[in-house]
Design a protein around this ligand. Sequence first.
Ligand code: ADP
Ligand code: MG
Length: 232
Amino acid sequence: MSHAPLVSAQDLTRQYGEGEAAVHALAGVTAEFPAGEFTAIMGASGSGKSTLMHCLAGLDRPTSGTVTLDGVEITTLDDNKLTALRRDKIGFIFQSFNLVPVLTAGENIELPLTIAGREPDREWIEQLVDVVGLGDRLTHRPAELSGGQQQRVAVARALAARPAIIFADEPTGNLDSKSSAEVMQLLRRCVDEFGQTIVMVTHDAGHAQVADRLLTLSDGQIVADERIAVAV
Ligand code: ADP
Ligand code: MG
């Protein structure tokens, strides 16, 4: 059995702009994310959290350094290979849900599979719909759903293709506290019941306690890496 981390980042930097105006959004980040672990990332606004998530998920390319996902160094892949790898191995949950407005909830959930030309695993999709509690909302369009329901659709969509890892960038940033708590419980269940690996950015110290581990970013660097004690 391999104990290699599922995702590892080696000395990542990401610079925006040049010369005097250059912003060093990531200033040398090295981190490992083992399979089955739920990692929370916190840090002040502008500390590089989204940039790190985008580089780890292959949505952005670092200026230097490497990201290895499931044994593949993604930083050197061409765009086509990177797109295919993202589709097969990565789920992403955005603060703004990013659902397709003209599709129903059910169609949104299956969209990653439709795009990949893959036949949905009916049993898995049904299980997901059940877990996210959307059974009676599948034919509704996003505009007919509450924010919390829309984000639960987005969570199911991220899980539909059984990705190796899910990245969530402030997934509760647009939700009220009740919906936020529901989405957090849902993510926790994905880790506990499906062994899902999750990396989540949050502003909320309480939400970070739901994770197994907390990384803190400051000015593009990791300044703390702590285990989270299990609440009793
Ligand atoms: P966070 O998610 O922690 O708020 P970001 O990763 O979005 O931080 O941003 C980190 C830094 O990089 C900030 O100073 C931000 O202004 C800058 N930045 C992010 N994206 C861009 C961009 N596309 N162009 C220029 N600067 C950017
Ligand atoms: Mg951000």
